[in-house]
Design a protein. Structure first.
Length: 361
């Protein structure tokens, strides 16, 4: 059974298991993935087959810990330790002939969760992270990739290259708000594709399920996850080794209910700022700007101001000139005057974090 493929470099599951007991050789990316699993497999443990590894992880998930970095979306990444039980909470048993496009850093929570999904099902991993998107498209086509898990930003950058018939059956999104433009565009380019959206907290792992951009609290977590004053809160029992001195951990993610049971995530606490005495959601401003056909991509952020506290800024990817973009923003009737960006920069592309999210700094 093939476990790993990156260009012409491949490793079978038998070779992967042997590499857990020695210093592995091969591509840097493969070695990093092996070392993640080595960190939870004690030296001398009798693991000789992939079945042994699956049984070990499954039986001892509440006693195994993995250390990884936060995303760094609004600052420098920090290290955190999480128990494996939380990372595989929503593990789904699948066929072992699936081929996964691996589109995350293996050092962050989303990448680690995908790794467990792949290994516990004995699937094949095609390494796609940190590659140019023309190569990513070709790898998806030539390796007959069936499943992808990625950020909405990753897919937004890949979409222009998707122009062939693929074996792709399912795409799982996570890490950022998912908008309908990406969903509709993907369905148009890959007919019949199944789309899933996952909400995961670095402190607790995956906790919400979704169809499209609307989330709901799974029945099994109804007593452990709640919405309090519009904010997602998690019971301390789900936090693993993360230090928290209160019964409920506030995630800093805020929602709006669309139906009695389903809601969409509208902002992070760090994305709600005060400018001149007014509260503004940077995510809302971003969504309005992205509705304009002249705006290919953008990110809204802030700068300190001695007068207003914060001023709203935007980096825009566009073919228009600065004068044209200023004119568009000035005429946006759905934005209040205090919500409109005061500093505008036209760029060729947006900066990304190590996890493939847009960097909001």
């Amino acid at each position: 059974m093939l476990f790993y493929r990156e260009g012409s470099f491949t490793k079978t599951y038998d070779q992967f298991i042997k590499d857990l007991h020695i210093d592995p050789v091969g591509s840097k990316n493969y070695i990093e993935i092996v070392n993640i699993f080595k960190s939870i497999v004690p030296s001398g443990l009798n693991i000789f087959t992939i079945e042994d590894l699956v049984e070990y992880i499954t039986n001892y998930s509440d006693a195994l810990n993995i250390r990884f970095k936060t995303s760094g979306t609004t600052g420098e990444p920090k290290f955190i330790t999480q128990i494996v039980k939380n990372l595989i909470r929503h593990f789904k048993k699948t066929k072992n002939d699936l081929v996964w496009g691996f589109c995350y850093s293996p050092h962050h929570i989303a990448g680690i969760q995908v790794l467990f999904q792949i290994v516990l099902n004995k699937n094949t991993l095609i390494y796609l992270f940190n590659k140019d998107f023309k190569s990513v498209e070709n790898d998806i086509f030539s390796n007959r990739v069936t499943n992808i898990s990625c950020t909405p930003t990753f897919m937004k950058m890949l979409l222009p290259y998707l122009n062939r018939e693929y074996k792709l059956n399912k795409v799982t999104f996570g890490g950022e708000r998912l908008n309908n433009y990406i969903v509709d565009s993907l369905k148009e380019r890959v007919p019949g594709i199944e789309i899933r959206n996952v909400y995961a907290s670095t402190e607790a792992g995956s906790i919400l399920a979704s169809d499209g951009e609307l989330f709901y609290i799974p029945e099994t977590l109804k007593n452990l996850v709640k919405i309090n004053d519009g904010e997602i809160c998690i019971h301390h029992s789900l936090l693993g080794s993360f230090e928290n001195y209160f019964e409920w951990f506030k995630t800093g993610d805020f929602v709006d209910y669309i139906t009695p049971d389903k809601f969409r995530i509208v902002a992070r606490e760090s994305e709600i700022i005060n400018t001149g005495g007014y509260r503004v959601s940077l995510g809302k401003v971003e969504e309005v700007l992205l509705e304009q056909k002249e705006v290919k991509d953008c990110v809204v952020y802030t700068r300190d101001s001695s007068v207003l506290g914060k001023i709203i800024c935007v980096k825009v990817v566009t073919d228009s000139d600065l004068k044209g973009i200023k004119s568009i923003i000035k005429k946006l009737s759905s934005l209040k005057q205090y919500e409109k960006p005061q500093y505008i920069e036209i760029v060729q592309k947006l900066d990304l974090t190590e996890t493939g999210k847009v960097k909001r700094v």
